[in-house]
Every structure is written in structure tokens, then in C-alpha cells.
Design a binder for this molecule. Structure first.
Ligand code: HEC
Ligand code: HEC
Length: 346
């Protein structure tokens, strides 16, 4: 029998996602709207869709919604329950736990820098953060509150009603909930890590051990073949063998793309703040970063669809320790977005 999936597709219409071109930026600025604040060292500007520009009051509203358990059926679960700033915007457990203790079959990914992915979810089935945001509210194993009911519930809370009026000029709507939460998520960003400072010329930013690990990451260990670019993710899908030895493996991306080669392929996650988000992988099956490094060292888990960028690495124990130092020390930012729950409207 098929398990429920986390975050069923929301019924909201697909919202177009466009990156912020220089032109739209100029238009936004001249219209007096704030584009996203200057990005931290090492990152590109956060892509913002044209029909959902960033604005401080919208971001604050989205933050309240993100932390508000009243968005669930029995007031017990918020977005932050599974994507908790204390656990790197993941939940510290193998699987996520929704209303009534319900569990899905996938681990909660971090929300950090998810604004940079081309698609959302381990299998990429949502095209944007706006499209993603309503899914978990209605999903029976997550917040279990049909979106119409969520809208009606929030419309009875005076503080929300007036915020929506201010930000969107309407009562509470599903579209507005999605847009506000997405705008908040675009501020859950991590950059300016020791790695970025080192790259920008500050040689004291990384220990020698971490520098050694960095060379391995981009060289012998081949990590950058997939975890490349400013966000340490190619936004692509790869089979690295995780879960492929299970009786009925999670087929991942192929369910969406229908391309046989995507069997067992999952989205390459960012590695920024990776020290905070254990356990690892789409099924949370690797408990520590040492386990992760050992997984890659042996060339993944053999299967018909294994990505060709995986092969036995033959790392020495010194090299493994250096790689670990790079991942933990090099990619953890002093500017970690350790947001606290805001005061919620009554
Ligand atoms: C019960 C736990 C749970 C709750 C509550 C929850 N999520 Fe998730 N979230 C997950 C899981 C599990 C996934 C991965 C599902 C998948 O990929 O199939 C996920 C995926 C995501 C992603 C995609 C990230 C990526 O790397 O692709 C985003 C963004 C996200 N959730 C935001 C939210 C928001 C916003 C809310 C509140 C409206 C929320 N989540 C509520 C468990 C939860
Ligand atoms: C072929 C592409 C590819 C290569 C090469 C690769 N990765 Fe990955 N990485 C992925 C994908 C895809 C996932 C998610 C897989 C899954 O969950 O099934 C992942 C997951 C991870 C995770 C878990 C992240 C999380 O949030 O759970 C870590 C840590 C990681 N990789 C580190 C590394 C390191 C270190 C190297 C080099 C030794 C490396 N990766 C090489 C594609 C790759």
C-alpha cells in the first residue's frame, strides 16, 4: 500500500517563478518596493517572483504564519515543528511527525536557502515556494487542515485579518498565505561562511585542516560534481544509492519526471549549515556526517541507476577527517538565521 506523501500538491494555481532580472530590480526599486536585502557573501541575490515582491510587513506576516500552530487541525503543529530553527530548519529526527503523531516516509529537508532551488521537495514536485506552502497545511499527515478551513480560521483572528488587509488589501486568502510564507522563507538564508570569507581572500578564515578538506571536496572526493555553485547544490536529481537496498525503494524523481534514468534520484540538497541538520538523506538513514563520508567513500550503494559521478574514493582517515572539518567548520555561518518564534496575532 502506498503511504501518504508529505506535502501533497496544493490546489493553488501554479505561480510563475521568475528570477529577478536587473530590469525588474530597477522597476521594483523605482516603485519604492524593497527587493531582497543585499545577499550575504558567497550567495547570489535571492530569486523573487515578479508577482510576489519582498516587503517587510509581508515577511513579518509570513513569519507569524510559519510559526503558528493554529494553521493545523488541532493547533499542535506549525511549519516550524518540522522545520525548526533549532535544528537547522529541519527537525532532528529521521522522519517528520505531523498531527496526531502521523509519520511520512521522508525526512524533513532544511528550509535554509530553499529559495535558491529550481524546484521544491526531494523529488522536485513543486515549482516554487508559493506552490509548496499550502501543501503541508492540508496534508493529512502534516497539519491536516483543509486550506478553506485554514482561511476561515485565520479570518476569525482580528490581527491576521488586519495584517492581510495591509499587505494584500484583502481578507485572509489562500493565495496570500502562500505568498507571505514564501516571502518569509526567502529570508531564511545562510551565506558568509568561513568558506566564503576564505574564498574572498581572508586566509585565516579556514583552519589548515578545513582547507585540506576543501581541496578534497573540489578534487579527489568529487563532491562538487553535484554540490557545486554558491548554494552547494546543482538543483539536479541524482541516484546515490540511498534506500536502494530496501525491499520497496522510494523511486524519487522518476515519479514526477517519468524518465527511467531518474529512478531512485533525489534532489541534491544544499550543504550550507549541514552540521545542524542530522540525520541525513531523504530517508534520514545516515545519522552523522561521518556516516555520509563513509557512504561516498565506498562509492554509494550499488544499483542499476547509480550516478556515474559516484565511485570508490579510497580516502585515508586523515582525508576523511579533513573533509569533515570542511563541511562543519567551513559551511557553518556566524550569521546563522536563528529566528525565534514571533509574537502571534490574537
Ligand atoms: C509534519 C512535518 C512537516 C510540516 C508540519 C511541514 N513540513 Fe515542510 N517538509 C516536510 C517533509 C517531510 C518534506 C519533504 C517531503 C518530500 O520531499 O517529499 C518537506 C519539504 C518542505 C520544503 C521543500 C524543501 C526542499 O528542500 O525541497 C519546504 C520549502 C517546506 N517543506 C516548507 C514547509 C512550510 C512552509 C510548512 C508550513 C506551511 C511546512 N513545510 C510544514 C515536513 C513538514
Ligand atoms: C552524483 C551527485 C553527488 C555527489 C558526487 C555527491 N553528492 Fe551528496 N548528495 C547528492 C544527492 C542527490 C543527495 C540526496 C540523496 C538522497 O537523499 O537520496 C545528497 C546528499 C548529501 C548529504 C545529506 C544532506 C541532507 O540534507 O540530508 C550530504 C551531507 C552530502 N550529500 C555530502 C556530500 C559529500 C561530502 C560529497 C563528496 C564526498 C558528496 N555529497 C557527493 C548528490 C551528490
Amino acid at each position: 500500500m502506498k503511504l501518504f506523501e508529505n506535502h501533497g500538491s496544493p490546489s493553488a494555481s501554479r505561480l510563475k517563478r521568475t528570477s529577478l532580472s536587473a530590469l525588474t530590480l530597477a522597476v521594483l526599486l523605482s516603485a519604492g518596493l524593497s527587493a531582497s536585502a543585499a545577499e550575504p557573501l558567497g550567495l547570489k541575490p535571492v530569486p523573487v517572483p515578479q508577482d510576489n515582491p519582498q516587503a517587510p510587513e509581508k515577511i513579518e506576516l509570513g513569519k507569524q504564519l510559519y510559526f503558528d500552530k493554529r494553521l493545523s487541525k488541532d493547533d499542535t503543529v506549525s511549519c516550524a515543528s518540522c522545520h525548526d530553527p533549532k535544528f537547522g530548519f529541519s527537525n532532528g529526527e529521521r522522519f517528520a511527525t505531523g498531527v496526531g503523531g502521523a509519520k511520512g516516509g521522508r525526512s524533513a529537508p532544511s528550509v535554509i536557502n530553499s529559495a535558491y532551488y529550481k524546484q521544491q521537495f526531494w523529488d522536485g514536485r513543486a515549482a516554487s515556494l508559493e506552490e509548496q506552502a499550502l501543501g503541508p497545511i492540508a496534508n493529512p499527515i502534516e497539519m491536516a487542515l483543509p486550506v478553506e478551513d485554514a482561511v476561515a480560521k485565520l479570518n476569525k483572528i482580528g490581527g491576521y485579518k488586519s495584517s492581510f488587509r495591509k499587505v494584500f488589501g484583502t481578507d485572509v486568502t489562500a493565495d496570500g498565505i502562500a505568498k507571505a510564507i514564501a516571502a518569509y522563507e526567502r529570508t531564511v538564508i545562510s551565506g558568509n561562511a568561513p568558506y566564503d570569507k576564505f574564498k574572498a581572500g581572508d586566509e585565516s578564515a579556514l583552519s589548515e585542516k578545513a582547507q585540506h578538506g576543501m581541496k578534497l571536496f573540489f578534487g579527489k572526493a568529487n563532491c562538487s560534481a553535484c554540490h557545486g555553485g554558491p548554494n552547494f547544490s546543482d538543483s539536479g536529481y541524482h541516484n546515490i544509492g540511498i534506500g536502494m537496498d530496501a525491499k520497496e525503494p522510494d523511486v524519487g524523481r522518476v515519479a514526477i519526471s517519468k524518465l527511467g534514468g531518474d529512478t531512485g534520484a533525489f534532489k541534491t540538497p544544499t550543504l550550507r549549515e549541514i552540521a545542524r541538520t542530522a540525520p541525513y538523506m531523504h530517508d534520514g538513514s545516515l545519522a552523522t556526517l561521518v556516516d555520509v563520508i563513509n557512504h561516498y567513500d565506498k562509492g554509494g550503494i550499488a544499483n542499476e541507476y547509480l550516478d556515474e559521478e559516484l565511485f570508490e574514493l579510497r580516502l585515508t582517515s586523515i582525508e576523511k577527517a579533513a573533509l569533515l572539518a570542511f563541511l562543519t567548520e567551513g559551511l557553518s555561518s556566524a550569521d546563522y538565521p536563528g529566528h525565534k518564534a514571533p509574537e502571534l496575532p490574537e
